[in-house]
Ligand binder design. Structure first.
Ligand SMILES: Cc1cc2nc3c(=O)[nH]c(=O)nc-3n(C[C@H](O)[C@H](O)[C@H](O)COP(=O)(O)OP(=O)(O)OC[C@H]3O[C@@H](n4cnc5c(N)ncnc54)[C@H](O)[C@@H]3O)c2cc1C
Length: 554
């Protein structure tokens, strides 16, 4: 994980809120960590009427939540470990995410090639069981996201569908459907900004450095602004540790420890030129573990890996050696060994926060459970301190619900019940895409239809809030054929806590996640960002350099 390694002395102009603005207030809930877990807890607790604040030391969704395979999935793989509860929970939460944020989800066919009749039988049984426990999977879902039935393909049909698959011993394949999360980094911030619209507070680039209790029983939370270095103290009745792979550090600065052990498991992905059809393929690595080749934004994502990581989380980097090994694994079972370093357009990695009993820690993290652990530290001498550890992106809404139930029990006030199953996120307020397109077209009758659909695909019902200018014909065409518009940049710069260019290029918009684009296009985008944020030409130049540095593979 990248440390900032650069301090900007002058205040970036769009940061409207700082921790020091809140020094005189007492919050009900203070959340440490702005990944998907913290974002969901902020959203849920704010909707229930709690006075909540979230603090993130870098940018929102810049750590594990930025490193996913972009799947909102039913967790079929966990059936192998007989983790029925986790599969059930994942299938349920997958449906709820499609319901509350339909604009962020896409249906994704997953093809698993089968290499023995035994495997075929086991997969059929497993998926029949998953179908059975998710009978209502399409209830309340917009028609664009209705999950079709799974089906089997014969060997011949499988080869016709994907000629690049390894054919030796191939007996057929099974195709089932999950959702792809088009841009999880943006999706995470949608929880945060939706909460902000309801009164929640969120601050990025604000690091928690110490947690103590004062005699009143409230917590004192010491924070440092990661940009200016300014220190402040905040007060809250409860604290939630949602810092993912940093959870043990937060325990240390609070002076508490639970019995569980946090194991960090490193996983990497590469974004490569498109080599599949629109179906994902689930391949087997040499050691029998699985590997995805996922279609995404006219590219493929390949991944992932699973290795215990024991160093400082902030020093985590994806290495060239790891990427070459990943390519080698794909070449082993797919595409006749054609992939090389030249095909890698981007890469990323993250640390899974896995929670283990101290007696059960092993170096095989692939088989370790992905279930979440909610810890109430009253059992460890600190009343009002809680943690949500481990888990999946997919199950984070449910985790937040369970945790906020505990907060509601602990806090003295009376709060509303959980509403995150029903209330759509900002952008998700529409019944179906066709109607939304018609409604937006009514408001902006002169808007070009391609632009209209592109924006609706990205922002859903928030398209109404974009500062659309029907006389502005400028656009930025990326290397994968996608088009972005100046109004998007303006909207994000104005509303979404942008401090560095990478916040917008790698997270809020995802422009750079597909790999490098034409430098003149990137320059234009950076100039537009600079104009919005009042950057000097030198600052624009420095930001440009730092964007390109992200693509260096060493
Ligand atoms: C390779 C890989 C692939 C995955 N694929 C999927 C997938 O396809 N689908 C799925 O459902 N799940 C997937 N997961 C799991 C999923 O990514 C995680 O469960 C989830 O992102 C964890 O989110 P989090 O908010 O708990 O942690 P994080 O996203 O890491 O957030 C924790 C935040 O806390 C902040 N923080 C730390 N210390 C401090 C401090 N002192 N002060 C303030 N802030 C602090 C960090 O900067 C960080 O942003 C994958 C994980 C990996 C690694």
């Amino acid at each position: 994980m990248k440390q900032l390694g650069r301090k900007i002395q002058s205040k970036p102009s769009n940061r409207k809120q700082y921790a020091s603005n809140y020094s005189n207030e007492v919050f009900d809930v203070l959340i440490v960590g702005g990944g998907i877990t913290g974002a969901n807890i902020l959203w849920d607790s704010t909707l229930r009427g709690m006075k909540s604040i979230l603090l993130e030391k870098d940018d929102y969704a810049s750590k594990t939540s930025q490193a996913t395979s972009k799947l909102i999935h039913g967790g079929i793989r966990y059936l192998k470990n007989l983790e029925i509860g986790l599969v059930k929970e994942s299938l349920y939460e997958k449906k709820l995410l499609a319901k509350i944020s339909p604009h962020s989800m896409r249906i994704l066919p997953m093809m698993i090639p089968l290499y023995s009749f035994m495997e075929k039988t086991i997969m059929r049984l497993g998926l029949s069981f998953a179908d059975f426990i998710s009978k209502n999977r399409n209830e309340g879902i917009t028609e664009d996201l209705i999950i079709p039935n799974r089906f089997l393909l014969t060997r011949e049909q499988t080869i016709a569908e994907d000629p690049k698959l390894k054919r030796e011993n191939l007996v057929g394949s099974i195709v089932y459907y999950d959702y792809a999360n088009y841009n999880p980094e943006r999706h995470t911030t949608e929880f945060i900004f939706s909460a902000r619209k309801k009164g929640g507070v969120a601050l990025n680039y604000t690091k928690v450095t110490k947690i103590a209790k004062e005699s009143s029983g409230n917590f004192l939370i010491y924070v440092t602004d990661s940009i200016s270095g300014k220190e402040s103290i905040l007060r809250s009745k409860t604290v939630v540790n949602a810092s993912g792979p940093y959870a043990d550090f937060i325990e240390s600065i609070a002076g508490v420890h639970s019995e569980k052990v946090l194991v960090r498991s490193k996983g990497i992905h590469a974004v490569i030129r498109k080599i599949t059809s629109d179906k994902s393929v689930v391949l087997k690595k040499k050691d029998g573990t699985h590997l995805f080749v996922l279609p995404w934004r006219n590219r493929n994502i390949i991944g992932t890996t699973d290795t215990v990581y024991k160093d400082d989380p902030d020093s985590m980097r994806v290495t060239k050696k790891e990427i070459l090994e990943l390519l080698d694994e794909v070449n082993y079972s797919y595409g006749n060994g054609n992939l090389g370093e030249k095909d890698v357009l981007n890469f990323y990695g993250g640390l899974r926060p896995l929670v283990e009993e101290s007696s059960n820690v092993s170096d095989n993290t692939y088989s370790a459970s992905r279930k979440t652990e909610i810890v109430d530290y009253k059992d460890f001498g600190m009343n009002g301190f809680f943690a949500a550890l481990g888990g999946k992106y997919t199950t984070s809404r449910g985790v937040a619900e369970e945790l906020v139930n505990k907060l509601a029990e602990f806090l003295p006030g009376k709060y509303k019940p959980c509403q995150t199953k029903e209330i759509a996120l900002s952008g998700g307020n529409f019944s179906d895409q066709k109607t939304l397109i018609k409604d937006v077209a009514k408001k902006f009758p002169k808007l070009d239809s391609v632009k209209l659909e592109t924006l609706i695909n990205r922002y859903g019902s928030d398209t109404f809030s974009l500062p659309l200018d029907t006389n502005l014909h400028e656009f930025y065409k990326l290397e994968n054929g996608e088009v972005f518009y100046p109004e998007e940049i303006d909207f994000i710069c104005k509303n979404e806590d942008i401090v560095f260019a990478e916040d917008i290029l790698f997270r809020r918009s995802g422009i750079a996640n597909i790999g490098k684009s034409d430098p003149t296009v990137i320059k234009k985008i950076l100039t537009r960002i600079g104009k919005n944020l009042h950057w000097s030409p030198r600052r624009v130049f420095m930001e440009e350099k730092s964007i390109y540095k992200r693509f260096d593979l060493v």
